[in-house]
Design a protein around this ligand. Sequence first.
Ligand SMILES: [Zn+2]
Length: 199
Amino acid sequence: MFAGPIQDLVDELGRLPGIGPKSAQRIAFYLLKVAKEDALRLAGAIVEVKERTRLCVRCFNVGEHELCAICSDSRRDPSMVCVVEDPRDIVAVERTREFRGTYHVLGGALNPIEGVGPEQLRVRELLARIDTEQVSEVILCTNPNLEGEATAIYLARLLAPMSIRVTRIASGLPVGGDLEYADALTLGRALEGRREIAG
Ligand SMILES: [Zn+2]
């Protein structure tokens, strides 16, 4: 539809989540118009994030080193593990300032329709951590939607035979919503009001 490089840019932008063909065109033409250094700064930021970030070998949070900033902080309590779907959820929980333990990023939630089973999530890695890190409580902090609830119930069943406390963040969060959009106060209360979940 457009000259070579412009079409390439439109195509690439159109692959981004939430960007439809119209938005892709609008952003592409915006980038054509802005000062070269502004566009190159964006390109540079993309290169930097791909070259300088990696997943933490322990909790799968994003960071710059083998261990993320939270895992390498000796003031964090390793006996408490907050299980989240996505690294963005860690940011949401950290904003509450209610949690001083560590995290485990599953990398999504169970979703049979989209072919996401336990093998596609970092469940095995979680079990290994519970085994080796003297974890005493696992807080299931998956999203308050269908997939997040199903994941929490699945994990609660899986963890039931282990002699640890398994809790689920309290209800009160907007149902069907994403943790990352919950305000810090609400999420903080949900964490504080967490309950043991039967497996
Ligand atoms: Zn980590």
